[in-house]
Design a protein around this ligand. Structure first.
Ligand code: C2O
Ligand code: CU
Length: 471
């Protein structure tokens, strides 16, 4: 069972006060106190994990649960997280979205040697900026075994805009090993470009047994309970390996307030599409008493993947379980990247950025061949940049499937249709199929070697990755 994914404001503050220990009493400098330390232990180990309907899977976990425990800190606190590896393979942890110092980034062979079986490694960094993040193994396909968990950084000093909040980690559930799934996909002639198309038959995606919210299938998903008048914050995280989700809540609209943890101008939608590695924070005003359904499922399917009951105080029972996506959600407004406007005012950069063109490719000839500019990582040239440079990444998708592209160690800004880098701040962006194009811009201000890759775990494993290297 997941530890706790429901925090109300008072509980969190109390809990927070009790677990913070100060390193020392003396301030380092005027007005600058030594940051409080929050320590966590994550033990990577095999366990039997129930999914809520009587079934369970034997898989790899943090602390015996999928997802792993939610990590919380306040902005400015120091996080010290010790990974202990009790698996039979080396492993690491990556703090997805957080611009940590390079050697804490958890990429094997790039920022650290993987932690061997029986070994330990302590990740140590200052928490920030505030937002919704997650952590996961960055070795091979281990993320698809369940080595993942939420990481939430609360703003320092600020109170939550919501009466309560829930973190919802979305996942696709694989009951065979990801290595077997990969081998089957690599061997199938239906793989590669063609295989990724919905309805094109098997071989394109791993054979998922179902979909999970916080490790639970529909039958096991604990209801979200609300009282009329409540304002709820939902932190949505797509921790899946190969599934782009659509999310909606019957009877309510979603007010999107943050994309990839960073504030945007609030925008109201009926559903949103969330790629692997993306996060959205949404507010829901509970003004429509009844029994409702928070629906999440593969974006191209009309059958909901997993349903969380959304119940007002007077309601009992398991809640509604629509067999297909309710039409009002299907016909409603879907969040698009053009809707995401930053909450800060963007001052146009003085100098022009340096453009780097990146064509995302795949092959018709086999399932496991995904490229950037024709090269397959690790047999691929690093992308060299210099500190202080403004870099514009110009993605074009020459394949027939989506690629959620993620850059480590930095946030970037979405470039709008007019070519201005004035859009929302994100760290993962979906590049749509069949010549879809997206541009993002970032300032090179966090030296090191950073991975840039597709967050489809199987695409990354098959080569759709590069190292961005400061020179
Ligand atoms: Cu979610 Cu390379 O990471
Ligand atoms: Cu991809």
């Amino acid at each position: 069972m997941p530890e706790t994914h429901h925090v109300d404001r008072r509980t969190f503050l109390r809990h927070g006060a009790a677990t913070i220990g100060l390193l020392g009493a003396a301030p380092r400098a005027w007005g600058q106190a030594v940051p409080a330390v929050r320590e966590y232990d994550l033990v990577a180990r095999e366990a039997d994990v129930p999914v809520g309907d009587g079934r369970s899977w034997r898989t790899w976990t943090y602390n015996g649960q999928v997802p792993g425990p939610e990590i919380r800190a306040r902005e400015g606190e120091r996080l010290r997280i010790t990974l202990e590896n009790r698996l039979t393979q080396p492993t690491t942890i990556h703090w997805h979205g957080l611009p940590v110092p390079n050697r804490m980034d958890g990429v094997p062979g790039v920022t650290q040697d993987p932690v061997p079986p029986g070994g330990r490694f302590t990740y140590d960094f200052i928490a920030g900026p505030a937002g919704t993040y997650f952590y996961h193994s960055h070795v091979g396909l281990q993320i698809d075994r369940g080595l993942q968990g939420a990481l939430v950084i609360e703003p320092a000093g600020a109170n939550s805009p919501a009466d309560r909040e829930h973190t919802l980690l979305l996942d696709d559930w694989l009951t065979i090993t990801p290595e077997d799934a990969y081998a089957a996909m690599a061997g199938s002639s239906g793989g590669g470009m063609m295989g990724g198309m919905p309805g094109m038959g098997s071989g394109s995606e791993p054979p998922y047994a179902g979909y999970l919210v916080n490790g639970q299938v529909t039958e096991g998903a604990p209801p979200i309970r609300v009282a009329a008048g409540d304002r709820l914050r939902l932190r949505l995280v797509n921790a899946a390996s190969a599934t782009t989700f659509r999310v909606g809540l019957t009877g309510h609209r979603l007010q999107v307030t943050h994309a990839d943890g960073q504030p945007v101008r609030p925008v109201e939608v009926d559903t949103l599409v969330i790629g692997m590695g993306e996060r959205y924070d949404v507010l829901v005003d509970a003004g429509n008493p009844g029994a409702w359904a928070l629906v999440a499922g593969p974006v191209d399917s009309v059958v909901p993947g997993v349903i969380t009951p959304f119940l007002y105080a007077s309601e009992s029972g398991p809640g509604p379980r629509p067999a297909v996506w309710p039409t009002d959600l299907r016909r409603g407004r879907t969040l698009g990247y053009a809707d995401l406007l930053p909450r800060d005012t963007v001052t146009p950069a003085g100098e022009t950025p340096r453009n780097i063109r990146l064509t995302l490719g795949g092959s018709m000839m086999g399932g496991a061949l995904w490229t950037i500019n024709g090269q397959r990582y690790p047999n691929a040239d690093p992308i060299g940049i210099r500190e202080g440079e403004r870099i514009r990444l110009q993605f074009t998708n020459a394949t027939m499937v989506r690629h959620p592209m993620h850059l480590h160690g930095h946030f970037f800004r979405l470039v709008d249709r007019a070519g201005h880098a004035s859009g929302a701040i994100k760290d993962t962006v979906i590049v749509e199929p069949m010549t879809g194009a997206v541009e993002v811009e970032f300032l090179a201000e966090n030296p090191g070697s950073w991975l840039l890759h597709c967050h489809h775990a199987y695409h990354m494993e098959a080569g759709m990755a590069r190292v961005v290297e400061y020179r």
